[in-house]
Design a protein around this ligand. Structure first.
Ligand code: LLP
Length: 463
């Protein structure tokens, strides 16, 4: 293919428009291991390889856009979480980040449990053979049908999210002649974000039962009275993409405070606490996530210390990382369709996917990195915005990125760290077909979620 250099876009810091970027990286060909999965590297031809297969071959075989998931990396991360928490704690992978039968099998093999939050996720988990007792069922408005299915299947726990649900689950379990193990999800009054720690407006959201005003204590009181449920613990989830452990510290302090109240009032020491998920990953080189063993150590120490102070037996801890396991394991591969330099602004690079395969940039103003991966280039860096093919100007994949100035149609771009909340939040907007997920390992690639087809779209359209 011929590669004609396009007219120059803005190149120098003094003419750069406002944005999130720092200076252009010194080497545009470098693939920072912080944001790329473990087996990613460039071969001698400058082409990215993952699991021993190069990106050009992957694009030819599976088409673009497509998500490529590094199975070895997924397993290594799952194992690292499992090992870090040891036998006295449980790791529940949060299926909402990305779920497929293959992923469920890997989790099962690596000794993890699974958190599901809908009938569909539950069906996938069971279809792939995850033992029901290793499944936790979440959600703020589980339907009666979903609850019944979960209880019938024998899920290990249902996390109760409201007063109505306490009664609903107890009745269903009783009707089915069983006693369902449950936790109560509470809101502890902290909301943690990436670097901030906000202690206001926290209870003003749909999840959980507020600790404030004695509501959580009242929920416990009611749960303990009902025969259909066995209250095994308290659950707290404080937010997403968290790097700062201080939010967990406050949450653990307050959850343990409630355990102490329960002990004092009812003479019962609940055996479990779940501190949720939300641990951050590196989307760009500026992010510095913690390792699972550091997180495990910090959380265990916090809970142990708090329990000692309250003279409580330390409960069994569980955590629910989703993004931290699957996020860094995949990248999205796109083909460049057009390159449009806008004088004094930036160069718009259109790829063959967009907000239908990654809504996070449009929805959360999320930041991503991007690299030219079908070749290396020594061309000067140009400030670009990588955009999709949707009929919407907010259809942005990577807001600000430096890419080589000789970028041209037909080049392949890859956006790393798209394993979590990309395929799982993908849509059919503009009737664009959702991309496949391809697992790559040891020189072999196999489709684990196939590409959607126009027949798939038309099959649902029964008018
Ligand atoms: N446990 C509970 C109860 C949760 O609500 C969540 C996420 C997790 C665990 C997993 O959190 P993680 O470790 O993956 O951050 N769509 C958003 C994230 C929404 C997360 C909702 N709950 C995003 O793309 O950033």
């Amino acid at each position: 293919m011929s590669r004609s250099a396009h007219p120059a876009g803005p190149r120098h810091a003094d003419v750069l428009p406002e944005g999130h970027y720092s200076a252009p990286p010194s080497d545009l060909n470098a693939l920072d291991p912080k944001v790329w999965s473990q087996t990613v590297t460039r071969n001698e031809d400058g082409v990215l390889t993952v699991g021993g297969i190069d990106a050009k071959r992957l694009a030819e075989e599976f088409g673009t856009p497509a998500y490529f998931l590094d199975e070895d990396d997924f397993r290594a991360r799952a194992r690292a979480w499992r090992t870090a928490f040891g036998d006295d704690a449980d790791v529940f992978y949060a299926g909402k980040a990305f779920l497929s039968r293959a992923v469920v099998r890997w989790l099962h093999e690596e000794g993890l449990n699974l958190d599901v939050c809908s009938g569909g996720e539950l069906a996938t988990a069971l279809a792939a053979g995850m033992p029901a007792e290793r499944i936790a069922f979440h959600g703020n408005n589980k339907s009666v049908g979903e609850i019944r299915r979960a209880v019938e299947a024998g899920v290990g726990r249902i996390v109760l999210d409201s007063f109505q649900e306490i009664v609903r689950v107890a009745h269903i379990a009783q009707e089915l002649g069983t006693r369902q193990r449950v936790q109560i999800r509470i809101t502890v009054g902290v909301e943690a974000h990436t670097h901030e720690f906000i202690a206001t407006a926290h209870e003003d959201q749909k999840f959980g039962i507020p600790l404030a005003g004695g509501q959580a204590a009242e929920a416990v009181r009611r749960a303990l009275r009902l025969d259909g449920i066995e209250l095994i613990g308290i659950h707290s989830h404080i937010g997403s993409q968290i790097f700062d452990m201080s939010g967990f510290e406050v949450a653990a302090h307050r959850v343990v405070g409630l355990l102490k109240e329960i002990r004092d009032e009812h003479g019962v020491e609940l055996p479990e606490i779940d501190l949720g998920g939300g641990l951050g990953i590196a989307y760009t080189s500026d992010d510095d996530p913690r390792e699972p063993h550091e997180i495990a150590k910090a959380l265990t120490e916090i809970v142990t210390r708090e329990c000692e102070a309250a003279r409580l037996r330390t409960p069994r801890i569980s955590v629910e990382p989703g993004r931290a396991i699957v996020g860094p394991t995949a990248f999205t591969l796109y083909e460049v369709g057009t390159v449009k330099p806008l004088d004094g602004l930036r160069t718009y690079v259109s790829v063959d996917g967009g907000m239908s395969d990654n809504i996070r940039t449009a929805l959360y103003d999320a930041e991503y990195s991007v690299s030219l991966v079908s070749r290396s280039s020594d061309a000067e860096p140009v400030l670009c915005r990588v955009v999709g093919k949707h009929c919407e100007s907010g259809d942005i994949v990577v807001k600000d990125a430096f890419l080589p100035g000789d970028l041209a149609p037909g080049d392949l771009l890859a956006v790393p760290a798209t394993g979590a909340y990309c395929r799982s939040m993908a849509s059919n907007y503009n009737h664009v077909l959702r991309p496949p997920v391809v697992a790559v390992r040891g020189g072999e690639a196999r489709v684990i979620v196939r590409r959607e087809t126009e027949e798939d779209l038309l099959r649902l359209d029964v008018g």
